[in-house]
Ligand binder design. Structure first.
Ligand code: ADP
Ligand code: ADP
Length: 225
């Protein structure tokens, strides 16, 4: 079980409260989307779950484990950012394998894992290329591949499609949806794109000025009365 539970999380930077009263629970395997205007606290919530940010108060659980004092590298969480941040000198295969090699996973298992991931993301024929020989969409697929190769309990994505042009965004969004259906990994996804939220989310968390304004299914959140 890898549900993600935030209990009354607050994060202050000096005198500024970035987020407060943040309470929600993402059930195991669900895909939740955080939306809201720039500066409303979406990234801070994601970074808190990843362990890249420390909550000023409140509790974060992954499964039954209190995570507050557990460092990022010991969390079974993978995060994908808006800029793909691939290693330029490594091939696609090496990029996908990187997190596994860091964890000293058996070479044979790494090879199998790289093959499986490449197949799910249509990267089989690009494994020997370097990032600069790939399109933006292909690079972002490699970044997704690198994250899922570790088979994390929790998958976090911070505006992963926003650097792609419209057509690629549509394609990659559809791929992401398929990938999630296949993996069933608990996912928290940040975007300000309504179409992404509508098509991907089991539940949407609407944030405003660091607080939760609404939590609901896409058709509730975007209902036009
Ligand atoms: P969003 O992702 O929704 O754009 P953020 O989580 O990045 O919002 O930011 C929420 C608020 O916290 C903003 O007011 C931002 O300026 C502030 N903030 C975020 N990170 C820092 C930081 N490291 N130092 C000071 N203020 C920060
Ligand atoms: P190295 O020589 O350092 O192992 P490679 O580029 O050959 O670097 O591979 C990096 C990782 O990706 C290795 O763990 C390898 O098993 C895996 N890998 C490389 N090419 C493939 C491939 N075509 N199919 C599956 N896994 C691959």
């Amino acid at each position: 079980m890898a549900n993600v539970r935030l209990e009354d999380i607050k994060r202050r930077f000096n005198n500024v409260t970035a987020i407060e009263d943040i309470t929600f629970e993402v059930p195991d395997g669900e895909f939740w989307v955080l939306v809201g205007p720039s500066g409303c606290g979406k990234s801070t919530i994601l970074r808190t779950i990843a362990g890249l940010e420390t909550a000023t108060s409140g509790k974060l659980y992954i499964g039954d484990t209190l995570m507050n004092d557990i460092p990022a590298r010991q969390r079974d969480v993978a995060m994908v950012f808006q800029n793909y941040a691939l290693y330029p000198h490594m091939t696609v295969a090496e990029n996908i394998a990187f997190g596994l090699q860091m964890r000293q996973v058996d070479r044979k298992i790494i090879r199998e894992r790289v093959e499986t991931v490449a197949r799910s993301l249509s990267l089989e024929n690009l494994l020997d290329r370097k990032p600069k020989q790939l399109s933006g969409g292909q690079q972002q697929r490699v970044a997704l591949g690198r994250a899922i190769a570790r088979q994390p309990q929790v998958f976090l994505l911070d505006e992963p499609l926003s650097n792609l042009d419209a057509q690629l965004r549509d394609d990659t969004r559809a791929e992401l949806k398929q990938l999630h259906a296949q993996l069933g990994v608990t996912t928290v996804y940040v975007t300000h794109d309504q179409v992404e939220a509508m098509t991907l989310a089991d539940k949407i968390v609407v944030l405003n000025r660091g607080k939760i304004q609404q939590i609901g299914a896409p058709q509730e959140v975007y209902a036009h009365p």
